[in-house]
Design a protein around this ligand. Sequence first.
Ligand SMILES: [Zn+2]
Length: 95
Amino acid sequence: MTSESNLSTPVADPSRGPSSCRSCGQDIQMVPTEASAGARFMPLEPASEDGNIVILNGRAHVFPTASLAADRFPGEPRYLSHFARCPQAGKWRRS
Ligand SMILES: [Zn+2]
């Protein structure tokens, strides 16, 4: 199922679970996104106070702001997308 030719994929294999960014070495975890119905994974950094992402039922729900996420799901750990923080993000993000 994996596409060897897709060089824009940030992390090799989501099934490996917790991993580290190939570009900068930051610890990350690959989590399927709710928006994609679990079909696509996004790299999340460890839980963070200002995170705008909540993991529910194993899927990442992305909110516009961290405060909105906290408001909707108080007490849930929040995460940040590594896409937003990776110093090398430009290398693996094509738009
Ligand atoms: Zn990185």
